[in-house]
Design a protein around this ligand. Structure first.
Ligand SMILES: [Ca+2]
Ligand SMILES: [Ca+2]
Length: 250
């Protein structure tokens, strides 16, 4: 996936990315003066450092898995293909249960010119006005398209951020177009993506290498499938707005 990882060229002077060991070495200077020192391939808002690589399973590898669904390089004989083979993924690690992390990451995306934000997380307790305001600002003033999930407990219960009107909530379907049994549903769900046979990369944090893939998915997979599609539409016609891309997908 590394060929599709965003590189902040302004921070690359005197910088080294050790892809094999998951380490990032910068010059200790905030070269682009954006308030983040050595944000070379993104930021770890959870830990407040510049390393969004997976460090341990307990820290969580959900973001790496879902990113692979969107942007794993295709046609190379390795594991899976993402929906978008030539994409620039800006990895921002957040604690999905801690609202300030998400707000900080959205503000960061506003400043970096991001087109699409995938958020493969959602909960009832994330229904927070400040979180919603950050999304509204990014959606209305920074042309960012938001893709999130319906969640996986076979319920009509709304989860956030997916249930906010500025966010596409994705349900999960099977190859025969039926709902995946555990996918949430309801009139607040915007669209669906087929997750059966759609796998994601699995990762070994001790060797920082891809070790295989699993061919199951849920709504967390449905969202980045759609985010990848949004990126393809943006590449096809960069003048499209987030609302226009959303309309085309629907
Ligand atoms: Ca910086
Ligand atoms: Ca630097």
């Amino acid at each position: 996936m590394k060929d599709n990882i965003f590189i902040n060229s302004a921070e690359m002077q005197n910088a080294t990315i050790d892809w094999n060991n998951g380490q990032i070495y910068g010059d200790g200077i905030d070269n682009d003066n954006n308030g983040f020192i050595d944000d070379i391939i993104g930021w770890n808002f959870k830990k407040g450092n510049n390393n969004p690589f997976i460090e341990s399973y307990t820290e969580g590898d959900h973001g790496a898995k879902t990113s692979s669904v969107c942007g794993a390089v295709g046609n190379n004989g390795l594991f899976i293909s993402g929906t978008n083979w030539h994409v620039s993924i800006l990895g921002l690690k957040v604690d999905g249960d801690w609202i300030p992390n998400s707000i900080e990451a959205i503000d960061y995306c506003d400043s970096m010119g991001v087109n699409v934000i995938n958020m493969s997380y959602g909960a009832t307790w994330l229904n927070d006005p400040n979180f919603h305001m950050a999304i509204q600002d990014a959606y209305n003033n920074h042309n960012i398209l938001f893709v999130s999930i319906a969640q996986n407990y076979n319920s009509e219960t709304k989860v956030y951020p997916g249930a906010w009107p500025e966010v596409m909530a994705l349900a999960a379907t099977m190859l025969d177009d039926t709902k995946k049994s555990d996918s949430n549903y309801g009139d607040w769900v915007e669209c669906t993506a087929t997750v059966e046979k759609n796998g994601f990369l699995t990762y070994d944090f001790s060797t920082h290498s891809h070790i295989g893939y699993v061919s199951t998915g849920a709504t967390s997979t449905a969202a980045p499938i759609t985010a990848g599609l949004a990126g393809l539409l943006n590449a096809l016609n960069p003048s499209l707005t987030n609302v226009q891309i959303r309309t085309i997908i629907n």
